[in-house]
Design a protein around this ligand. Structure first.
Ligand code: BV8
Length: 235
């Protein structure tokens, strides 16, 4: 595979599962007896801000306690060594791709370690809690929310993502159930532009039938293998 080929990689909760961060479906999608889909929404935040803030305060603490696993390390190696275009579009709100050393990362569903002020629109790196309504460092208002894209909200940087998918020669999906859109539709978008598509996942996802190839197994094994294979072919 010539080095100038362009790669887009989509990652989901499955790539961070072996770092100890629970996935949505495995956590039987529940948070204090609420369906995650019912907690991760603007309506839930208006109705019960303390419940939603606590959900993300716990997730933020878990992110800080987690470490990258060999799958994150392998993608960081690919980011360093791949001479063509490469973009890691992650649905995950953890920073494990970055902590493994990856730089070309796009968080389409936001970031757990960021707070967004609904009064002045400023965003701030945040490792503490938000449920005690701390003042916004920029404007002082007690109006900080998790910097997360909830169900019904527009994912971040979609133009950039769709432009990368239009140029992609290879699209690889890692550790996602293919349950949530528009991410679940990226494989069809890439295919429509002639990309070869590969799925690396523990089990077949809802979108498996759209991929040229599906490899089943843990990301910590499949991703290093695939990266090695790719870089061998490039040399
Ligand atoms: C939007 C942040 C308008 C919160 C999340 C059709 C078109 C467009 C929209 C819709 C549509 N139909 C329905 C919608 C609305 C909705 C939607 O998709 N609903 C679903 C429930 C049907 N979508 C939206 O609201 C989105 N916004 O549409 O705006 C628009 C339209 C078009 C274009 C632009 C804009 C916003 C969705 C974002 C919601 N926020 N996260 C938070 O993180 O707390 S979604 C959340 O669930 C995650 O971020 C992730 O994206 C998603 C799915 O989770 P996965 O990452 O896939 O994890 P999951 O547990 O499901 O699966 C894990 C997989 O890993 C499994 O397959 C498992 O086998 C595997 N695995 C486990 N262990 C391992 C492993 N694999 C490898 N190794 C292992 N060790």
């Amino acid at each position: 595979m010539a080095a100038h080929r362009n790669i887009v990689i989509l990652t989901g909760a499955g790539i961070s599962a072996e770092s100890g961060l629970r996935t949505f479906r495995a956590a039987d999608g529940l948070w204090e007896d609420h369906r995650v889909e019912d907690v991760a929404t603007p309506q839930a935040f208006r109705r019960d801000p303390d419940l939603v803030q606590r959900f993300y305060d716990v997730r933020r603490a878990n992110i800080l306690a987690a470490q990258p696993n060999p799958a994150h390390d392998a993608l960081a190696r690919l980011d360093r060594e791949w001479r063509g275009e490469l973009l890691i579009v992650t649905q995950n709100i953890d920073d494990l791709h970055e902590r493994a050393g990856a730089r070309r990362v796009l968080h389409m569903h936001g970031e757990g370690l960021s707070a967004w002020c609904t009064a002045c629109d400023a965003r701030h790196p945040w490792t503490g809690i938000l449920r005690d309504e701390p003042p916004c460092p920029a404007c002082g208002a007690a109006a900080l929310r998790p910097d997360i894209v909830w169900f019904g909200e527009m994912p971040y940087r979609m133009d950039e993502t769709f432009a990368a998918l239009a140029r992609a020669d290879v699209f690889v999906s890692i550790g996602t159930s293919g349950a949530v859109y528009p991410a679940a539709g990226f494989v069809q978008e890439a295919t429509s532009h002639g990309a070869a598509t590969l799925e690396l996942n523990l089990e077949r996802s809802q979108g498996s039938r759209w991929f040229d190839e599906t490899r089943l197994g843990p990301a910590s094994e499949l991703v290093p293998e695939w990266v090695e294979e790719l870089l061998q072919r490039e040399d």
